[in-house]
Design a protein around this ligand. Structure first.
Ligand code: S3P
Length: 178
């Protein structure tokens, strides 16, 4: 794969942004976070996009943003947790780079997402139940879209980054450093 991008997918709280930044530092690749690109283009926070325009509008922005990244080379691309919902996005992901899925136990996910109240889909009466439901709805989609999956529940970010780099080294046939 000539573009040599690494694309991170996974549920909210699976560690895409933190691990993406670490990979970017270790490999010297630029870090691109699709949620950040959406925020910049829309000129408002994700929670405001959901509140003012609804989820459908956000999903359209997400698809347009993903489609606009095909020129990237040697980047780490972190995506939003719902990117796998649309078939068109799933098709784009595989062309964008080597797709790494990050997973974590439901308990770990809930603990991580509870630290931050910014996620609009989790502003419900019972966020614990919402996490369980959405995670179950999406598990198969993440699994099918990822070329390689790492369970982040019991590992440090440093360990996860090394596991991914080893796998990517094989996938991109790097002989030594990238
Ligand atoms: C979403 C995940 C969020 C963000 C939006 C919707 C989802 O990104 O794109 O709130 O549907 O799972 P993170 O996965 O980075 O939290």
């Amino acid at each position: 794969m000539s573009c040599q991008n690494i694309v991170l997918i996974g549920f909210m709280g699976s560690g895409k942004s933190s691990i993406g930044r670490l990979l970017s530092k270790k490999l010297g690749f630029q870090f691109v976070d699709t949620d950040r690109v959406i925020i910049e283009r829309a000129g408002m926070e994700i929670s405001d996009i959901f509140a003012q325009h609804g989820e459908g509008y956000f999903r359209d922005l997400e698809s347009t943003t993903l489609a606009s990244l095909t020129h990237l080379r040697r980047c780490i691309i972190a995506t939003g947790g719902g990117v796998v919902l649309r078939e068109t996005n799933r098709a784009l992901l595989s062309g964008l780079g080597f797709v790494v899925g990050l997973t974590a136990d439901e308990e770990v996910i809930f603990e991580r997402v509870s630290r931050n109240a910014k996620r609009p889909l989790l502003q419900t009466e019972n966020p614990r139940e919402t996490v369980r439901r959405i995670l179950n709805e999406r598990l198969n989609l993440y699994e099918a879209a990822a070329q390689f999956t790492v369970d982040t529940s019991q590992l440090t970010y440093e360990q996860i980054a090394e596991i991914i780099i080893n796998e990517v080294r094989r996938a991109f046939q790097w002989q030594s450093a990238p």
